[in-house]
Design a protein around this ligand. Sequence first.
Ligand code: ZN
Length: 123
Amino acid sequence: MPSSLLSVGLRCRCPRCGQGALFKGFMRVVDRCPDCGLDVAAADSGDGPAVFLIFILGFTLVPAALIFALKVDWPLWVLLLLWGPIIIGATLGLMRPAKALTIAAQYRYRRDQFGGEDEGGEG
Ligand SMILES: [Zn+2]
């Protein structure tokens, strides 16, 4: 049964079956889904996930850090110690779901990239 884009993206699962793990290691995408055999390696998400995160985090965390810096009177090095780990942690924490979400969107809307598979999708 097909899963929603958001569900498979946040859980980092296979876009077709919603069960198989999409990653081996931190960011390396599996060649084939261990559950349904979907050729996941055929789809290349490229820089898409990084661009999403640049926009999302850039438009949320940078203003938050600037407003915070204006509200408190802390030295710059303290602000760097505070916001550095927050920004790096948010980026690394969201990279896998962003990549999984991009691959799920590719599977839904550009299914021809997955080894010529045609399962009667919406496209
Ligand atoms: Zn699968």
